[in-house]
Design a protein around this ligand. Structure first.
Ligand code: FMN
Length: 318
């Protein structure tokens, strides 16, 4: 895969820990997501050959093109982990997490703290680029505590040889508060020749259009807007191409998709897959009112039968 050759705008599922695993990526793919970023995995765990972490990198051929994200602070460890992932799993590209704001990540110079360590960040990209043959991209934020830090940071990443940069339009200090600054992403885009994906607060066709307009980006990454809403990709693509936003998926379509998602969870994780499905289920009904009891049943299911009973008990019209 070459990021420069993909049709514009690129529309991709953003990496989400505990969420963008094999079953959810397959569901998104089936509903029209063109590209998937898998959840981050630890470079240290990969080089230790942790079975749990290696399993997180397994994917189904139908998910392609797929991007595996890794995090870490040591350039050699990151390069070694990238090579292991490339050899064992053959993803289409590898992405580096330079945006995660969580304390136990940033306190070890991982994730967003790399924005404050440009030399180390550049070294990570350089070493990984020479270790693998697939494209190496970076996902980051506007800055650590200043939303102009990205303007120099994109140049550091470009000089180091990165192939693409995805930017969440908030600083680490902001966490998830406030709104994503798509215009600042546009300034960053103008400071580099690399393709840029705009990220943050894209939840429908309207926000996708404004984010693209304001940033001039080559495409977008969608995270929370895709949870319980794998239809978002096709709706945005159709809307941008044809100027129409297809109707909301019917309740029957939502139920059928949940059943398919549940089956994939069981196929991939065994029975415990349904416990892992719990956190996805309320998202399928986000914004709907009068479903408090139904929602609390959904987050307690442990078996396919309990899921069916919960679905049957809803008073939602199919
Ligand atoms: C549950 C959850 C898990 C996330 N995990 C990751 C991750 O593993 N790697 C990463 O780079 N970003 C991660 N993010 C950040 C998202 O990829 C994205 O940058 C952020 O949510 C903003 O985009 P959105 O407004 O479309 O949600 C995560 C976000 C959420 C909500």
């Amino acid at each position: 895969m070459n990021w420069n050759d993909l049709p514009r705008p690129i529309v991709a599922l953003a990496p989400m820990a505990d969420m963008t695993d094999l079953p959810f990526c397959l569901i998104c793919k089936e509903k029209g997501a063109p590209i998937m970023f898998r959840e981050m995995v630890s470079s240290e765990a990969i080089i230790r050959m942790s079975p749990k972490t290696l399993k997180m990198c397994e994917f189904d051929e139908r998910e392609r093109p797929i991007v595996q994200q890794i995090f870490g602070a040591d350039p050699n460890t990151m390069a070694k982990a990238a090579r292991i992932i490339e050899e064992k799993f053959k993803p289409d590209a590898i992405d580096i997490n330079m945006g995660c704001p969580v304390y136990n990540i940033v306190s070890k110079f991982n994730g967003a703290s790399l924005i404050r360590e440009p030399k180390r960040a550049g070294e990570i990209v350089r070493k990984m680029k020479s270790a693998v043959s697939v494209p190496v991209s970076v996902k980051t934020r506007l800055g650590w505590d200043d939303d102009r830090q990205i303007l120099d940071f994109v140049k550091v990443l470009e000089d180091a040889g990165a192939d693409l940069i995805s930017i969440h339009g908030r600083t680490k200090a902001q966490g998830y508060s406030g709104t994503a600054n798509w215009e600042r992403i546009g300034e960053a885009k103008r400071n580099t020749t690399l393709p840029i994906l705009v990220n943050g607060d894209i939840v429908d066709l309207e926000t996708a259009k404004i984010a693209l307009d304001q940033s001039g980006a080559d495409g977008m990454l969608i995270a929370r807007g895709a949870l319980g809403n794998p239809w978002i990709f096709q709706r945005i693509i159709n809307g941008l191409e044809k100027g129409i936003d297809p109707e909301e998926p019917s309740m029957q379509e939502r139920f059928d998709t949940i059943r398919k998602h549940a089956q994939l969870q069981v196929d991939h994780f065994g029975e415990k897959g349904l416990i892992k499905l719990r956190k996805h289920l309320p998202w399928y009904f986000k914004g709907m009112s009068g479903i408090k009891d139904f929602r609390s049943k959904l987050v307690r299911i442990s078996t396919v039968q309990e899921l069916e009973e919960a679905l049957a008990s809803s008073n939602l019209e199919l």
